[in-house]
Design a protein around this ligand. Structure first.
Ligand code: ATP
Length: 254
């Protein structure tokens, strides 16, 4: 399928400012997320990753600036079946089986009847297709949520820490799936506070304290900072950041 690789970015934010609980948590962010690639959104816990993702899918009140998604304002009705969003908390029904959940969401979305089987296979849950979701492990439940987001083959997937709590084999399988989806033309924006996932992304957005610290390919960020890994690159960028006000994170920037 051709989603228009090389055309306008999937996401364009300009001057995005968000206030939560009376505090500015996003400070005028400017960023682009291209189509046909995996963009990693990395930064310490509380830096504003989820708030940015919420703004992109249109469920966050925005105090200033604008966010355009697939050529329409974020949250537009026209985007409903073109954007898949997976939150950190699995949002599926425990008292239904995996297949029943996905048939339900497919019906709501108007996705093809063959989609539930396809997405269950994509997330590696075929052997559990008839299990009640309440009886699955946390990682399996998270994959049911991801499968729901894949229904209808969205052009943009917004995934909030999709690999948390998964074992290394499953994490590798999911990153392979993300790569396949991007190769098929979809845009993926994947948040993580695990810096070692950075090298699996085509591009990175590094965030800190509600600001974009840097954007570029992993190789560019390593070159720019002279660091040998993204963890060290992040720390070098924090040290160079004129807006840095808080204490430096220690070895684990989570
Ligand atoms: N419902 C809320 N009301 C007020 N402030 C909030 C709310 N949710 C989050 N915040 C604040 O907004 C800031 C950004 O939070 P956000 O959840 O976007 O961070 P994050 O980078 O996604 O963190 P994590 O990696 O831990 O999920 C934090 O300072 C947080 O305390």
């Amino acid at each position: 399928m051709n989603y228009g690789v090389g055309s306008a970015p999937a996401i364009r934010a300009a001057g995005l400012t968000v206030v939560r609980g009376g505090r500015t948590v996003l400070h005028g962010l400017d960023l682009d997320v291209p189509r046909g690639s995996v963009t990693g959104l990395l930064g310490p816990s509380g830096c504003g990753k989820t708030t940015l993702l919420r703004s992109i899918v249109g469920v966050q009140r925005v105090a200033g600036g604008r966010v355009e998604v697939l050529g329409s304002p974020a949250g537009s009705a026209a985007l409903r079946d073109r954007v898949g969003y997976v939150t950190q908390a699995p949002s599926v029904y425990g008292d239904l089986s995996v297949t029943e959940n996905l048939r339900y969401f497919a019906a709501v979305l108007g996705a093809p009847p063959s989609d539930p089987g396809r997405v269950i296979a994509q997330v590696g849950l075929t052997a559990h297709a008839h299990a009640l979701v309440a009886r699955l492990s946390g990682g399996q439940r998270a994959r049911v949520s991801l499968a729901a987001a894949l229904l209808g083959t969205p052009e943009l997937l917004v995934l909030d820490e999709p690999t948390v709590g998964l074992d290394p084999v499953l994490r590798q399988d999911l990153w392979q799936l993300f790569r396949q989806l991007a190769d098929g033309g979809a845009a993926l924006l994947v948040s993580s506070h695990v810096m070692d996932e950075a090298t699996r992304c085509d591009r990175l957005l590094l965030m800190r304290d509600g600001r974009l610290l840097a954007a570029g390919t992993p190789a560019e960020l390593l070159r720019r900072t002279g660091a040998s890994d993204i963890d060290s690159a992040f720390l070098a960028l924090v040290a160079q950041d004129p807006d840095a006000t808080a204490a430096l994170p220690t070895g684990d920037p989570s």
